[in-house]
Design a protein around this ligand. Structure first.
Ligand SMILES: C[S@@+](CC[C@H](N)C(=O)[O-])C[C@H]1O[C@@H](n2cnc3c(N)ncnc32)[C@H](O)[C@@H]1O
Length: 216
């Protein structure tokens, strides 16, 4: 879904940074070989993630939901020289694909993959983070927030993807089985009301929230 008129959207993309060649290649191979290729962040959102990461210049990043590694590579562009990015995905069929592209990039040694359910892996992580990117199962967004907030450094940010959910967050009569939409509505409310963070939703692609942890 385009939240902007299509011609404005095209103009915005045309006047923003180009997509790096490696990410174009990753996108092509994802579309050829992997199910649900629309899940990857893509050119424009990827450049937004890269820009945010470069502005923050993080020492440590956590990503929840690696898929084929597109957003991990974008976020890694902003890492400090000795920084690291931890990325979690439950789908074991994606591990080799991710590693291939991480190793083709300049960030291969800085990116650490974790295979398994993020709800179980996050509590085992010892690091604290300057950026957390939440982009996995929507029903668990609020739980991920609670798991990572104490591991987020003061001034650090949580980025949450798909928070507008193709506009479905406006629907008032939700089907009982539509758990993702109800979870995202509750999550957006939680971020707005939680006193530990200040939050802004960017109407980029499917909606991207930045929540900054207050310093005290
Ligand atoms: C939207 S995709 C991530 C896209 C990726 N961040 C990007 O922008 O290129 C969501 C991913 O979350 C993973 N996932 C879903 N539930 C999960 C869970 N409980 N723990 C870890 N990963 C999960 C899926 O396997 C899928 O690869």
């Amino acid at each position: 879904m385009h939240f902007l008129p299509e011609n404005i959207d095209e103009y915005v993309v045309a006047h923003s940074e180009n997509e790096p060649e490696l990410l174009q290649q990753l996108t092509r191979e994802t579309y050829q070989k992997i199910l649900q290729p629309r899940m990857l962040s893509g050119h424009y959102q990827g450049r937004v993630l890269s820009m945010i990461s470069k502005l923050v210049n993080p020492t440590c990043i956590l990503e929840i939901g690696t898929y084929t590694g597109y957003s991990a590579l974008c976020l890694a562009e902003g890492l400090k020289k000795n920084g690291s990015l931890h990325t979690i995905d439950v789908n074991e069929e994606l591990v080799d694909f991710q590693r291939k592209y991480f190793d083709l990039s300049p960030y291969g040694n800085q990116i650490h993959q974790y295979l398994g359910n993020a709800m179980e892996i996050i509590p085992q992580l010892k690091d604290t983070f300057d950026i957390v990117f939440i982009d996995a199962d929507k029903e668990n967004y609020a739980s991920y927030f609670e798991l990572v907030i104490d591991k987020l450094n003061p001034g650090g940010i949580i980025l949450s993807d798909n928070v507008l959910w193709s506009g479905k967050i406006l629907e008032t009569k939700l089907k009982k089985e539509d758990k993702a939409t109800s979870a995202l509505k509750a999550y957006n409310k939680l971020l707005k009301e939680d006193k530990r963070v200040e939050t802004i939703i960017l109407p980029i692609r499917d909606g991207l929230t930045i929540s900054r942890k207050k310093k005290d």
